[in-house]
Design a protein around this ligand. Structure first.
Ligand SMILES: [Zn+2]
Ligand SMILES: [Zn+2]
Length: 180
């Protein structure tokens, strides 16, 4: 499966946004939102106020549902999000980025652009029947989302913290097994 650069960016940004609601919470302040925005390569309008931050917080459960739904439900949710935002896909080239799709104007509120950007990215996963690239973290105490774009589909944990914790637990289990 080959996903375009903007699809990969859209999925990564959405997963990071949803996971920011997990403990320890991130994206609690406008400054943390600045970091997310810069890290995820978003461009366009930024209000930099509490209202914008809260709109993104409110978007997290919406995106979580989209990214964890089965294919038919995800298709319904994508259609709903695009209709609600009155999305009109347009090819754009800007800031050194080659032709890619923007479906809402760059001056639309950030939460609406993130919703549409995510919906557009999920379209590619639905069409390629690759929604299995998204899962919930294999750590039993963690609800973080995992985006696995690796060739051998080896990613099971949302973060290195979760991966390490489980590696240590598995090691201890093996050790205590050896001792008995
Ligand atoms: Zn762009
Ligand atoms: Zn996790």
């Amino acid at each position: 499966m080959t996903l375009t650069h903007d699809t990969v960016c859209g999925l990564r940004a959405a997963v990071a946004l949803v996971n920011s609601a997990e403990e320890p919470q991130t994206l609690r302040t406008v400054e943390e939102l600045d970091d997310w925005y810069a890290d995820q390569g978003y461009t366009g309008r930024r209000d930099g106020d509490q209202a914008e931050l809260q709109a993104l917080h409110a978007l997290r459960p919406v995106l979580r549902e989209l990214l964890t739904s089965d294919r038919d439900r995800a298709a319904e949710l994508v259609n709903g999000l695009l209709a609600e935002a009155r999305a009109v896909p347009q090819l754009r080239r800007h800031d050194g980025l080659d032709w890619h799709i923007h479906a809402v104007p760059a001056d639309a509120p950030l939460d609406r652009r993130v919703a549409v950007e995510t919906a557009m990215a999920v379209i590619d996963l639905i069409r390629a029947d690759e929604l299995s690239r998204l899962s919930v973290c294999a750590d039993e105490r963690c609800e973080g989302l995992v985006l696995d774009l690796s060739r051998n589909r080896s990613r099971r944990y949302c973060s290195t913290t979760c991966a390490n914790r489980n590696a240590v637990a598995a090691y201890r289990a093996r050790r205590s097994g050896d001792a008995s």
